[in-house]
Ligand binder design. Sequence first.
Ligand SMILES: Nc1nc2c(c(=O)[nH]1)N=C([C@H](O)[C@H](O)COP(=O)(O)OP(=O)(O)OP(=O)(O)O)CN2
Ligand SMILES: [Zn+2]
Length: 145
Amino acid sequence: MIHQLYPQVFHNYRYELNKDMHIAAAHFIPHEKAGKCANMHGHIYTVNITVAGDELDDAGFLVNFQELKKLIHGKLDHSLMNEHQDWFNDKNSNDFPTSEVIARKIYETVQAYLDTLPNKPTCLQVFVRETPTSYVVYRPKAGER
Ligand SMILES: Nc1nc2c(c(=O)[nH]1)N=C([C@H](O)[C@H](O)COP(=O)(O)OP(=O)(O)OP(=O)(O)O)CN2
Ligand SMILES: [Zn+2]
């Protein structure tokens, strides 16, 4: 696992946790602007998920690290992103498997899971590094939840 610094989110919660994962996956971006990236190719994505909250569950967890891994790594690792039709499609640019959209879909999936937990943690940030020189950070807009 590569250890790296991530952008910090300023907040007033008592607890913050971060889960890193590496996801080996293929994708293609179905648009002429993508150039060679319109051809299928692969990356080892580095993903960092930031979760915060004030209360812990009965196990002393904000959220179980293993559940976050199952939810995201379990779905995407060693897959072709474009084939996950519940997340991506080739018709709407807001659903193309770009780094931006991947980060947003991870946020939406993680937050939907967190909403089922009694201690109600919140996802503050999703970081997705696609290549050594390219990464995206997704954060929900204040007041939109
Ligand atoms: N805004 C975005 N631009 C691009 C995305 C994206 O998801 N969001 N994706 C791609 C390609 O998928 C490509 O795999 C990554 O692009 P790039 O950073 O150009 O990769 P390189 O390794 O070739 O980068 P260098 O810095 O030139 O080595 C394209 N654009
Ligand atoms: Zn790519």
